[in-house]
Design a protein around this ligand. Sequence first.
Ligand SMILES: [Zn+2]
Ligand SMILES: [Zn+2]
Length: 375
Amino acid sequence: MSVKEKPPLIWLNVTLFLSSFIVAVFVAPWYGFEFGYEAEHWLWLLITFSFCNLSITAGYHRLWSHKTYDAHWSLRLLFALGGAFALQNSALHWSSDHRVHHKHVDNNDKDHYSAKRGFWFSHIGWMLRHYNPATYSDYGNCRDLQKDKIVMWQHKHYLLLAILMNIGVPLLLGVIYQDIWGMLLMVCVVRLVLSHHSTFFINSLAHIWGSQPYTDKNTARDNAVLAVFTFGEGYHNYHHIFENDYRNGIHWWQFDPTKWLIKSCSWLGLTTKLRTTSTFRIEKARATQLLKKAKEKLESKPNSQSIRDQLQKEFDALVHHMQEYYEARKEVLGEKTATVVKKYERSVSKLKYQQIKEEFERQQRSWNLLVRRYA
Ligand SMILES: [Zn+2]
Ligand SMILES: [Zn+2]
């Protein structure tokens, strides 16, 4: 597409992104050197930055776009306020865009921020021009959200809420701590720029930089470094294959504060119906991806047919034992709560379970040994 054919610029967005960036990079440090920032400036920067980003990740993304759990109205209200503070459009608009992104990921004509159109476009470029004017009125893919009173209230009063949060909160803090300019710079501008770009990285960098342990059918990547800056959203390869899971980092050692927040809120009764993917499906996806990688690498090597056949055989056996194991485990775990099961029956089934487990682990070792050599 030539320059002339490009759709017109959205001047409001261009001005906003550009001016906030310039102020955050040049004016805010100058003010710091000239007048100094105190501990409260840094503390409130961290608090408001976390509030904004978590409202996007736990609220806009995992709650509203993907429905991975239910949330109490008080929590939804907080997310609605934090989302307006983050200045990323209303939850309804954001979710509509995001659902399109998942449905048509990497499709340059349909995915509004397709990573295949390059880093700049998927990061911020897609918001600078009128690429998709229809999205501002058609929310047909979010009919469920249109029944959420808080979502609709935020959508209707978005501009007012965004101004109140972005100007009102820093002003209030400025009055309390008697440094209006300092708080406006840190809590309004620096916080906004940090919050914007750390979220935008999920559409750009998380589709370019990292590994693909679960699928390579799309560009999404898992990246532990990005997870730190994005409150856990860096495990984007997992997220694109299992989008209905409230977790992005599924292991305890993976950095996913959004998951921790949702889980902690469930202990207080603020979140319910937390959805997860079964371990069997996750493990099967990992093994399938390893098999694919190994086969692809072997393709170019001569006389590799027999190894490829062996890999396939080991894979089939692995999936068979894996399924048997996870089914047996579910049964045994379920029995703990069943009161009618006799002690004798329980010990027999536990013995059988132990056997199945050992068989699965044996097969897993043999599979790992073979596939790691080629994948
Ligand atoms: Zn998503
Ligand atoms: Zn994505």
